[in-house]
Design a protein around this ligand. Structure first.
Ligand code: ATP
Ligand code: MG
Length: 509
């Protein structure tokens, strides 16, 4: 009986071995010399490779990043409380990887795939390395489709295209996250998959963002990848790379994806912390010498692929926090030079209540202009000029009370433009709703209206257009040109909507 059982077991082992499902491999182990600050120094892992995943007891993972002849520097991806000198560490032979797949949508996870939303276990397609080479030049196509943010001042004046990298920068509490979240919300019915990568933020801020996305039904097309400020620096450092791998999965399926890195200042600080603990030589602002490279290799992975390679795209919105409005500091200038444009948020505008606090003069989009909807493009160029002339004149006009009629008209028009560019957060607008109000202010149709009535009039005009001229709306939304007759009908529609704002007889007397 016993012999028969033994025979059967041997037979199974042989079959498994024949199927190649059963391979023997040796595991290299080392000993921890020192742990602290999210770093472990290990002796004995002689053949470990750079970026290889290593495992400590209790399942804590680490990544080998400093390979020296005598010892290896490991950044920890988990809690270091239970680790101490003398414990064993095993090399896994695996590159650091992250789960990818459609099952990630709607989930809140960390870079290693740990579920943070308390839901069911994560379903994923496969695991892919977090560091992957950026697409070759030959695989890349020009940016041709707009990525609509639903924010008037961005879509009209600083348009972003799918596959572009547009930096959002500004001091703390100037509305950087709001712009990124509004853009994600606006992708609701536009089949753009979104990844929100939160690095080094407080857990409460991330919870607020997830709450906002849920409230606006934007979680279904979004993955939230988090490394909060109490996570070890190693995890904060790898999170943007892991999030990009997750986004690349969608791009490689031929889909359009959007990734928000909120924010890369904290990412750079995590890398500085690691580098200093690993005793790498500090450079400017104590950052290590390869600080430019960590961001350039990350953002190079965003692109628009040619149709032979699937035709997908990955748009990146990195966020950077400036100190005391200094956009010429080290990390901001690095990022400005890597990206295809920037949206600068000014604390002065924020304090004046001009929200979103976008400083049009200091913001630019280097590639998105070509993708802009024709209906918006036709109004936007005049708008930018009128607005910058107004800003100049407004400062000048404070010193003098006597103004000629032209100047007064420019200032009055500018005031209305400024009112029109105001927009409350989480209220993204359709392309037609944006185009009609910008057209109205440009054509001078709002000139007779008191500035404080502009917001109310705007809503009336938009509602009227959507209900009265749905075919023109659809054409504007689809990015088609309108002919003169259609613009004429739009003008009449605006005038109808404004009729109730006209001064009454009693006002005249
Ligand atoms: P932090 O530096 O803390 O990350 P931030 O620059 O990301 O801040 P937000 O958190 O987006 O800024 O916004 C700061 C505050 O301003 C929030 O309370 C937000 O509700 C408000 N806010 C931002 N944009 C608008 C807007 N367009 N309309 C109304 N309120 C806004
Ligand atoms: Mg923020």
């Amino acid at each position: 009986m016993l012999i028969q059982m033994l025979d059967e077991t041997m037979a199974t082992i042989r079959t498994v071995a024949q199927d190649n499902r059963f391979t023997l491999h040796s595991q290299e182990t080392g000993t921890v010399l020192q742990v602290g600050g999210g770093i472990a120094r290990v002796r004995g892992l002689a053949s470990v490779t750079s970026e290889e995943l290593v495992q400590f007891p209790d399942g804590v993972l680490g990544v080998a990043i400093n390979l020296e002849p005598e010892e290896v520097g490991i950044m920890l991806l988990g809690d270091s409380d239970k680790l101490s000198a003398g414990i064993r560490v095993t090399a896994t032979g695996r590159e650091t990887d992250t789960p990818v797949g459609d099952g990630l949508l709607g989930r809140v996870i960390d870079a290693t795939g740990r579920v943070l939303d308390g839901g069911k276990p994560l379903e994923f397609h496969e695991r892919r390395p977090i560091e992957r080479p950026a697409p070759e030049i030959i695989e890349r196509a020009p940016v041709t489709t707009p990525l609509e943010t639903g924010i008037k001042s961005i879509d009209a004046l600083i348009p972003i295209g799918r596959g572009q990298r547009e930096l959002i920068l500004g001091d703390r509490q100037t509305g950087k996250t709001s712009i990124a979240i509004d853009t994600i919300i606006n992708q609701r019915d536009k089949d753009v998959v979104c990844i929100y990568c939160a690095v080094g933020q407080r857990a409460t801020s991330v919870a607020k963002v997830v709450g906002t996305l849920r409230e606006h039904k934007a979680m279904e097309h979004t993955v939230v990848v988090v490394a909060s400020d109490d996570d070890p620096p190693g995890l904060r450092y790898i999170t943007p790379y892991a999030a990009t791998t997750m986004a690349e999965y969608f791009m490689e399926q031929g889909q359009d994806a959007l990734i928000v890195y909120d924010d890369l200042t904290r990412h750079a600080r995590a890398y500085r912390e690691l580098s200093l603990l690993l005793r790498r030589p500090p450079g400017r602002e104590a950052y290590p010498g390869d600080i430019f490279y960590i961001h350039s290799r990350l953002l190079e992975r965003s692109t628009h692929l040619r149709s032979e390679f699937g035709g997908g795209s990955l748009t990146a919105l990195p966020v950077i926090e400036t100190q005391a409005q200094d956009i010429s500091a080290y990390i901001p200038t690095n990022l400005i030079s890597i990206t295809d444009g920037q949206i600068y948020l000014s604390p002065t505008l924020f304090q004046k209540g001009l929200l979103p606090a976008i400083h049009v003069g200091k913001s630019v989009s280097r590639v998105g202009g070509k993708t802009q909807h024709p209906s918006l493009r036709s109004v936007a160029s005049d708008l930018r000029l009128a607005y910058s002339q107004f800003e100049e004149l407004e400062t000048f006009a404070r010193f003098s009370t006597r103004l000629d009629d032209d100047t007064r008209a420019t200032i009055e028009r500018g005031r209305r433009v400024r009112e029109v560019l105001k927009q409350h957060e989480h209220q993204p607008l359709r392309a037609c709703e944006q185009a009609v109000i910008l057209f109205a202010v440009n054509a001078g149709l709002l000139d007779d209206l008191p500035a404080e009535k502009v917001t109310e009039a705007e809503q009336k005009i938009q509602q009227h257009l959507v209900s009265a001229l749905p075919e023109i709306c659809a054409q504007m939304d689809a990015g088609k040109k309108l002919d003169d007759e259609q613009w004429q009908r739009t003008t009449e529609c605006i005038q109808d909507a404004l009729a109730e704002f006209a001064p009454s007889e009693t006002d005249d007397t």
